[in-house]
Design a protein around this ligand. Structure first.
Ligand SMILES: Cc1ncc(COP(=O)(O)O)c(C=O)c1O
Length: 420
């Protein structure tokens, strides 16, 4: 890879975190401790015993067999048919995504990336020599749905190698419907395109209507599907760095194993042992409930905030994931400049949000992007953080909307800025 662009999300947080009072910048919940793992367990004695046994664990390179079995059982349903042999462990989803893209893509390949997007999923294919990238744009005026005909129109016959999806989606908190999933798989089959689905936010779903299955449910009919994930979001264990790559396509899996040896190596022995306990039937139900409950409470607080502040604020209520994508506007047709908004809000009130156009857009003009112009005004808002922070942060933001918002710049007037 050469000339990879700046990871704007990470840079934004590093530059703006000092002096933050209320932080909404992340997408991972307040992390668990070993003590909280015990208190969430339905069998605290067994969990305590298993964690104490870490004292005598030999810290050699792990075989990964047990954690791969835990991932196959705990993350996927019986109908997905995932077994230990389909799973490769990596250092977080970050490691998994890098391994998949760098294994599959060659010079001359074309990649389609769902957009807006978590930076890594676009920046890596853009930086791979000779790889061309197109964006499949989700429409904020249609609840972040994307047009299936537009996807087919983007396909370059014989050249499009990979479609990159993130489902549930960061930053919008939306999920693809069952109908869209089916249509996407049909297009992939028709043109022989690999599907890489970053499923790190499964199974954070807040609406019973949403299709919560993994894309691997299709992999018996179409094996060229690979999903990535980790314990960072739904499982509140971002510091363990346990992630995975799962596919039933054997040749590609061998290539992923090989690439992982060069890029990310195995997870650590301690990380794996703790992960196995967290994913046990004793612990996993309550861990997940903790995040689901937290997010649902925060979504209803945020929903009331949005309703109180129409037309300055608009959104599509998230149905999944750990973030909402909220638009701030001067008036219904005029979004704010989200970077200026986030900067002024942080400086005046100590509230840290993430500007959508900068951190989930298509990159700067120098790297062939439009600086996220079509998602101007949107900010990403974390949903699985503490309720107290949500309430206090909203109080500060409302005070800013009444005093300070006038000084925030409007986004440049563009014909294609979306109206919610
Ligand atoms: C869509 C997506 N993929 C991957 C990652 C990386 O997560 P990790 O490396 O902690 O598993 C993130 C983190 O925010 C993310 O949002």
């Amino acid at each position: 890879m050469h000339n990879i662009e700046t990871f704007e999300l990470i840079k934004w947080v590093n530059d703006h975190f000092p002096n933050t009072l209320y932080s909404f910048f992340g997408s991972a919940p307040v992390a668990l401790t070993l003590e909280s793992l015990v208190s969430l367990s339905t069998d605290p004695e067994t969990t305590t015993r298993n964690l104490e046994s870490l004292n005598s664990l030999s810290l050699e390179l792990p075989t990964s067999f047990i954690i791969r079995k835990s991932i196959a059982t705990a993350i996927f349903s019986d109908t997905d048919g995932v077994t230990t042999e389909h799973v490769l462990t990596t250092a977080g989803s970050t490691g998994g995504n890098a391994v998949v893209m760098q294994s599959l893509l060659q010079p001359g390949d074309h990649v389609i990336v769902q957009y807006p997007t978590f930076g890594q999923l676009l920046a890596i294919p853009k930086a791979l020599p000779g790889v061309n990238v197109s964006l499949w744009k989700m429409d904020p005026t249609k609840g972040w749905d994307a047009d299936i005909n537009e996807l087919e129109a983007l396909v370059q016959k014989g050249k499009t190698k990979l479609l990159v999806l993130n489902n549930p989606h960061n930053p919008t908190g939306s999920s693809l419907t069952g109908k869209r999933r089916r249509q996407i798989v049909d297009i992939a089959k028709k043109y022989n395109i690999w599907l890489h689905v970053d499923e790190i936010f499964r199974p954070l779903f807040y609406d019973s209507e949403v299709d919560s299955s993994s894309f691997l449910e299709f992999s018996d009919e179409y094996p060229q599907i690979v999903v990535t994930g980790s314990l960072s979001k739904a499982w509140a264990l971002a510091g363990l760095r346990v992630g995975w790559v799962v596919t039933k396509e054997r040749r590609a899996l061998r290539a992923f194993h090989n690439m992982a040896k060069y890029l990310s190596g195995e997870c650590g022995a301690l990380d794996e042992a703790i992960a196995v306990e967290a994913l046990s039937s004793r612990c996993r139900g309550n861990i997940l409930q903790r995040q689901l409950h937290q997010a649902q409470t925060n979504i209803s607080i945020l929903e009331k905030f949005v309703q109180r502040n129409v037309p300055k604020v608009a959104w599509t209520k998230p149905t999944s994931g750990a973030t909402a994508f909220v638009q701030f506007r001067k008036d219904v047709d005029r979004p704010v400049d989200d970077i200026d908004f986030c900067e002024k809000l942080k400086a005046v009130k100590g509230v840290l949000l993430v500007p959508g156009s900068l951190c989930f857009g298509d990159g700067s003009k120098e790297t062939g992007g439009q600086a996220g112009q079509d998602i101007k005004g949107f900010v990403r808002w974390h949903l699985t953080g503490s309720t107290e922070v949500m309430e206090k942060g909203i109080t500060e933001i409302e005070a800013f909307l009444n005093d300070g918002f006038d000084r925030v710049k409007a986004a440049p007037q563009l014909p294609h800025v979306s109206r919610l």
